[in-house]
Ligand binder design. Structure first.
Ligand code: UTP
Length: 321
């Protein structure tokens, strides 16, 4: 089914499509997004043994498509994916499939045809292979030649964010105001803080903060705040030179947070509390919650699924413990 964008999303999407269709460009501050997606997805094994975790579906769309649609709705028209061996399905998903389109056209399956064509017309997609998974910082660093000398977004598709305006658009708007790198943050309970990069920051108002320090996966006692970094960033190209000099941490990975910490010595960095509903689909529970969340937004599924869930819980809750 072709997704229906609402409100701001719809306006952006339609305006972008119209202008692109007429061969016109809009001058936007951020046009490129990097999608680091070379991770092994070990938390979903064995499902992810041969299938990228980004291709797991939430209802009928793979996780990566939600993120690409968000970026496109935010005005991004060039996407650089960082992939790895065995993850080509992710790139193929956004390519045209003439045989499939012809088949659907001949059978008169026009809704499905529109859905398939929508996916392949979303954005220009380039890819770079990471080789050994040396960490998020390394994944971003190797996109340097493809991104060039311009500000760019970084989108971790695991974080599926339902927001209007789109989460990346919110960050770009803050970037335009503060003229410096911005990371998305969310307040998380302290018993979960050690899973995240965390910022120490001074509030500037309206959800914007000036970062004074960043720590990767601190213990609860050492966390500088409850502001955890989410999978959305708008960065400036000076991060590449910094990342090239960052050393591997104890786990053998080059962390993006370490690069940002180094960049903080050179320029101000900002954090923004994105408004929207986020699901971390990189975890089992987050993935299941996101599936339910998006299914319940679908007219044809809401009622029967709701009734089924009530039965599961009401019938004999102990059976499902
Ligand atoms: P995760 O920490 O979620 O790791 O990476 P993962 O490998 O994807 O999943 P698990 O933990 O094994 O289940 C966060 C993001 O950074 C990307 C991942 O693809 C994901 O989008 N990443 C991570 C890379 O692109 N390269 C890396 O070397 C590491």
């Amino acid at each position: 089914m072709v997704p229906r964008h609402r409100g701001w999303k719809a306006l952006c999407y339609r305006a972008g499509a119209l202008l692109r269709g007429k061969g016109l460009c809009v001058t936007l501050s951020v046009r490129t997004a990097v999608f680091p997606a070379a991770g092994l997805g070990t938390r979903f094994l064995p499902a992810t043994k041969t299938m990228p975790k980004e291709m797991l579906p939430l209802v009928d769309k793979p996780i990566i498509q939600y993120a690409v649609e968000e970026a496109v709705a935010a005005g991004i028209d060039q996407i650089v994916m960082v992939t790895a061996r065995g993850k080509t399905a992710m790139i193929d998903h956004f390519d045209i499939d003439v045989e499939l389109e012809t088949f659907l056209e001949e059978r008169g399956k026009l809704d499905q045809l529109a859905a398939v064509r929508h996916v392949s017309s979303l954005a220009r997609i380039g890819a770079v292979r990471q080789g050994p998974p040396l960490g998020l910082g390394h994944a971003v660093c190797i996109t340097r030649d493809l991104v060039g000398d311009q500000p760019f977004a970084v989108v971790l598709a695991d974080d599926v964010i339902d927001a209007d305006p789109p989460a990346i658009r919110q960050l770009i708007d803050v970037f335009d105001r503060v003229q410096g790198p911005v990371v998305a943050v969310e307040r998380v309970p302290l018993d979960q803080i050690s899973r995240y990069g965390v910022v120490r920051a001074e509030p500037l108002g309206d959800g914007v903060h000036r970062i004074t320090d960043l720590v990767e996966k601190p213990s609860r006692d050492q966390a500088p705040s409850d502001l955890a970094i989410m999978g959305r960033y708008v960065l400036t190209p000076d991060i590449f030179a910094v990342l090239a000099g960052v050393r591997e941490d104890r786990t053998g990975e080059i962390q993006l947070t370490s690069g940002l910490r180094e960049l903080l010595r050179q320029r101000p960095l900002y954090a923004y509390e994105v408004r929207g509903t986020r699901h971390d689909t990189g975890t089992m529970l987050g993935f299941l919650k996101a599936s339910m969340y998006f299914a319940m937004q679908r007219g044809e599924l809401r009622e029967p699924l709701g009734a089924y869930l009530r039965t599961l819980l009401g019938e004999d809750p102990a059976r499902y413990r």
